[in-house]
Design a protein around this ligand. Structure first.
Ligand code: GLN
Length: 557
């Protein structure tokens, strides 16, 4: 273990879904603003080996790291709040840990010992935390343990953290992110569930050093004093985290309660002045300038997200497309604009419940990534409308593939064109599966086998993509099995479609677009540019899309 590396463990109390991920990301932002290299780590206690095999309506977006590891959406927030790429060592699941321990057992690496949860699973976890700490030259790791205190699933991770603290108390700091309800009829903020969560954590041998109190309102001194007294914490170590409109204000809120100062003084670490920070560290003044933008932007645009993973029971799940939404926001803020999102379930166009005319009132249409067959004809109808009505369109992965299918069917005259994913007997398989992928599918090797992670694309001169990126070659993150069928490229090009980005060998189509004299902005990318959009460096393709949406805007501001 690196002698002086510091570990901050973030554990949830009372209930899930109260913003532990954003709290962790924001702790990263404020510590980084003091001149430290911060490492944000996410622990997901489920048995899936990675987040790639889960249905998005179950678990939200799958975020893809540069290396290609498929992870939880919190990793996306971490990269955005730190403004940097994170290595794959920073994502852990129980499945990964157990798989590795069982593999070691099968390889006789435990020398004939009885292999058990304690110490072997626990020690594997500790080793992973230390590897993550060592992987990118960081000084402080902030590790979010998924789930809530009291879950069976995350006990081993809390136990690993306890042991690390027992071994080196000065290098480990515990934060409980808890929830304080204000029941309607009572009208008063209640601290009891938090007290119980702390007791439960104490039962595991862990005493939190700090409590972040999530609630709809700020915590008053009375509540802070009560939590401090009942939970053995200094009152100033109880941080108020009320609901706020923009997640990017959370670091600024933590700053009000001096969260970074407290953690650093506990570790006896000095602070770097903001004026002495280098380029790798975002100062809070810069962050504040960014975070203020949505509060004072002068323009508005309406963006429709046409997708298929919105509905869970009676609720609409926009979490599935979180990186897309944030990417649109960053580019919009950069252009002094607030985007207003409308979620449109493509299934309604398919069944005919809704007519594509409803898309006429939007300034821009995004079709994000997706899988499978449901809703696909509805998406194709939406794309046709965007093309014919010249509404700025951005297609991401499936959104690019279906843009190419639509063009093949309705412009290139390839009636019956489709993607093999929807109809493997289609007359023209415009989007097809590559032979290596076919082999994997035959053997049911689904997990972690897509074309994943960073790949280069060479850009064509004189295109929207080339102009937006302002460079010849770009690297972007992928997550897909299917590709534009090379046998149809010539026909599609002759019909007017431009492939403005290709793999360096020229075989794989990475970006498709229409010439600007035909359509103001019709661009589709085989990769996911949204994964690289960052608050302080918005993604150039999203920025071009928003510019075009502003130029053609139907909204009277
Ligand atoms: N389903 C498509 C494929 O596998 C697109 C995937 C995506 O949109 N991420 O190629």
């Amino acid at each position: 273990m690196k002698e002086n590396h510091k570990y901050v463990f973030v554990i949830g109390g009372v209930m899930s879904g109260v913003g532990k991920g954003i709290a962790t990301a924001s702790i990263g932002t404020v510590l980084q603003s003091r001149g430290y290299k911060v490492n944000l780590v996410k622990v997901d206690p489920y048995l899936n080996v990675d987040a790639g095999t889960m249905n998005p309506t179950e678990h939200g977006e799958t975020f893809v790291l540069k290396s290609g590891l498929e992870t939880d959406q919190d990793m996306g927030n971490y990269e955005r709040f730190l403004g940097k790429d994170l290595p794959e060592e920073n994502y852990l699941t129980s499945g990964m840990i157990y798989k590795r321990v069982i593999e070691k057992e099968r390889n006789l690496e435990y020398g004939g010992k009885c292999v058990e949860a304690i110490p072997h699973i626990r020690d594997e976890i500790i080793e992973r935390f230390e590897n993550a700490a060592n992987s990118n030259g960081s000084e402080i790791s902030v590790i979010e343990i998924g789930g809530t205190v009291g879950d069976y699933q995350n006990i081993m991770f809390i136990e690993a953290a306890r042991v690390m603290h027992a071994r080196n108390p000065n290098n480990v700091f515990f934060i409980l992110v808890s929830y304080l309800p204000i029941p309607d009829k009572v009208g008063e903020m209640k601290t009891k569930p938090t007290q119980n969560a702390v007791r439960q954590l104490n039962g595991y041998g862990v005493q939190p050093d700090m409590i972040i109190g999530r609630s709809s309102e700020p915590l008053d001194d009375r509540r802070k004093d009560k939590i401090a007294m009942q939970c053995n914490i200094k009152p100033e170590y109880v941080i108020s985290a009320p609901d706020i409109d923009s997640i990017y204000d959370v670091p600024l809120n933590f700053e009000k309660d001096k969260l970074a100062d407290i953690i650093l003084s506990n570790f006896e670490l000095p602070q770097v002045k903001e004026s002495d920070l280098d380029n790798e560290h975002i100062g809070l003044t810069t962050w504040r300038e960014f975070a203020n933008k949505p509060h004072c932007a002068s323009n508005k645009i309406r963006v429709a997200i046409v997708g298929k993973y919105f509905n869970t029971g009676n609720f609409v799940l926009s979490d599935v497309y979180i990186s897309v939404i944030e990417a649109v926001k960053f580019s919009s803020y950069h252009l002094d604009t607030i985007p207003e999102f409308t979620w449109i379930n493509a299934g309604e166009f398919e069944s005919g419940i809704a007519k594509t005319d409803v898309l006429g009132r939007f300034d821009g249409i995004v079709v994000p990534g997706g899988f499978g067959t449901t809703g696909i004809e509805g998406i194709i109808k939406a794309i046709k409308y965007a093309r014919e009505q010249r509404i700025p369109y951005l297609g991401l992965c499936y959104g690019m593939q279906l843009m190419v299918v639509e063009y093949a069917r309705h412009v290139a005259g390839l009636v019956g064109a489709n993607t093999r994913e929807v109809d493997n007997r289609a007359e023209h398989l415009i989007i097809d599966i590559m032979p290596d992928q076919q082999e994997l599918m035959k053997n049911k090797q689904y997990g972690g086998t897509m074309r994943l992670g960073e790949y280069p694309a060479v850009l064509k001169d004189g295109t929207i993509a080339r102009k937006a990126y302002n460079t010849d070659i770009v690297k972007e993150r992928h997550r897909h099995r299917y590709e534009v069928n090379p046998n149809y490229v010539k026909t599609l090009e002759e019909a007017g479609l431009v492939f403005s980005g290709r793999s360096p060998d020229g075989d794989l189509m990475e970006i498709a677009e229409l010439p600007t004299d035909i359509h103001p902005f019709m661009v589709g990318t085989q990769f996911h540019p949204e994964f690289l959009a960052r608050p302080l460096s918005p993604h150039p393709l999203f920025t071009e899309f928003i510019k075009s949406a502003l130029n053609t805007s139907v909204v009277v501001n």
